[in-house]
Each structure stands twice: as C-alpha cells, then as structure tokens.
Design a protein around this ligand. Structure first.
Ligand code: NCD
Length: 306
C-alpha cells in the first residue's frame, strides 16, 4: 500500500481492508516509542473545502500518534481559494510541502482529480455525495471488533441514503463480505440506483421506508444524518428531517447484542438517552476512526512497512 492513493473504498477490496484492520491491531499492541517511529519525519497535508470535525482532527491525531506532523487548510475561506486559486494549483503546492494529502471537497470526482495532479498519495476525506472511504474503513473495523466478524451480519442503513456519501462507501466495503443489508429511508431519500447498480449483484439488498419492519432482524443499525446542505429545496428538507429517530423504544425491539452506529455528526436521529446504553457504539466508532487512519497512514507512508 506504500505510496497508494485512497480515492474509493473499491480500490482496497477485502484484502486491502483486512490489511488496514490487521495494521490497526498491530499498532495498538506496539510500545509507544515504536509506534512513534512509524511516520517519524513525515508530514500529512490537508485541504478541507467543507466543514469537518472528526475526519480532519482524527487524521491529525492519527498522524501525531505515529510520530508525524500535519499542516493544512481547515477552512478554505482563509486560503487562496478565496482569491480564485484553482484546486489543481492548491494540490500541486501542498504536494511540495507534505508527504501525503487528505482532501475534502463538495464535488464528486474531486479526489480522483487531485490524485492526478498530485505527486504525493491522495486520501479522499469525503468527495461530494460520492464516497468517504476512510469512514467505511472505521465502520467495518468497528463492526468486526464489536461483533467479532463481518460475514454473516445483517446491517440496516437508515436515513439519508440519497445524499449520504458514507452510505456509498459503506455499501462498497460491505460488498466484499457475505452480509444482508436493509436500506431504510423516506421515499425521496432512497439510494441512487445508478450508484449501486454493481453492488446489487454482490449484496443482498432490501429497501423499505419502515425501520420498525426490519429492526428485529438487524445486527447493526447504522443511522445517518439527513444531509441538509445537499438539498436543492429547503422545504423538502423540512419534510423529511426527523423521519427516523432511534430511541430507547427502538432498542427494545432490537436483537440481543445488536449495535447502533452513526458516522456523526448526529442531530436528532439518535436520542441522547441511547448514548449510555451498551448498544451505542458511535463514539467508539469515532475513536476507531483515529486508530484506523493511523494504520492507513503507516501503510502508505512508513519505510519498510508491511
Ligand atoms: C460524514 C460526512 O462528512 O460525510 N461526516 C463524517 O466524516 N463522519 C457524515 C455527515 O456529515 O453526516
């Protein structure tokens, strides 16, 4: 994986995903001094053209945990993008200053484009409504850790399946495993058929508008935020927000040992009373974001890594 771009989770396949999981576990067991040598002397650049809390900060924390440094632009309004500088030029410049680059951008295809102009590996930190591959890595790592395996699971993905990019990366990642998936959304936020055309051949996908109808079959309930910023019409957003709320009443209908996940930020789709229950795994999932990103950086940047 040394020197590779991570643009789509499809580039990794099952083998790549499991390599990152194994590296995550290997790093967790390392003495701190050894861990801090993995990316010593290396730097990570970030260019974020959309808001972020976890993705950017967990990349920074991950890079520090393996001994590297980070620099970048968290708010494009304070960069030369404001003066009209092109994405291509910004990426070219960042690739002179750093050893790898994480990009978040509102346009589909932005990371693929950045990888073409960058001399350094590019990691997609979220591109439009298309993909968010490092989120899917932490999502599957969390399922594997919490449920012991991924094969054999029944996963419900709930909420904004039309605009949620984490959903598409998650489906592509799950497509490498033997899982059953229930897609639950309001009618107007159904999965984009053209984006799952290929996955349908590999994944057992069922679609519905009612979480209550399948809740007792699920091992993982993966809840997503309705992506207000992607709605062309704010009235439509008002109509569908709050369509699903996972509260303690829902937990009672869940299978024993089933877990609730969410890429975060959470608005009101999971009530805060769920947070203190054993099913709530979304904060652990965010912690795994830092761990799996450290492993990914070590695999991409470390000298003589596996
Ligand atoms: C997600 C994103 O940016 O797509 N956030 C994240 O990185 N965890 C999900 C979201 O914004 O709803």
């Amino acid at each position: 994986m040394r020197g590779s771009d991570v643009i789509s989770v499809r580039d990794l396949g099952r083998e790549g995903l499991e390599r990152v999981f194994a590296e995550t576990d290997r790093i967790a067991a390392m003495p701190e001094a050894e861990r801090r040598r993995l990316c010593a002397g290396r730097s990570l650049g970030y260019l974020f053209f959309e808001p972020s809390t976890r993705t950017r900060l967990s990349f920074e924390a991950a890079m520090a945990s393996v001994g590297g440094t980070s620099l970048g632009i968290a708010d494009s309004a304070t960069s030369s993008a404001q003066k009209g500088e092109s994405l291509a030029d910004m990426v070219r410049i960042m690739s002179m200053y750093t050893d790898a680059l994480v990009l978040r951008h509102p346009l589909d295809g932005s990371s693929r484009f950045a990888a073409e102009v960058s001399d350094r590996p590019v990691i997609n930190g979220g591109s439009g409504t298309e993909e968010h591959p490092t989120q899917a890595i932490q999502d599957l790592y969390t399922m594997r850790r919490e449920r012991g395996r991924i094969d054999g699971l029944t996963v419900g993905i709930v909420g904004d399946l039309k605009y949620g990019r984490t959903v598409y990366s998650l489906l592509h990642a799950l497509g490498n495993y033997d899982v059953k998936v229930h897609l639950v959304s309001p009618e107007s936020l159904r999965i984009r058929p053209e984006s799952v055309y290929e996955i349908r051949k590999r994944l057992d996908l069922a679609e519905s508008t009612s979480l209550g109808d399948c809740i007792d079959e699920l091992d993982v309930v993966y809840v997503t935020r309705v992506q207000r910023e992607r709605f062309p019409d704010s009235e439509e957003y008002q109509r569908v927000r709050g369509s699903y709320v996972v509260g303690t009443d829902m937990l009672q209908k869940m299978r024993r040992g089933a877990i609730v996940m969410h890429p975060l930020p959470r608005l009101d789709e999971i009530s805060t009373e769920v947070d203190s229950t054993p099913a709530a795994r979304y904060f652990e999932q965010a912690r795994n974001g830092m761990r799996t990103r450290a492993a990914l950086l070590a695999l991409i940047l470390a000298d003589g890594g596996p």
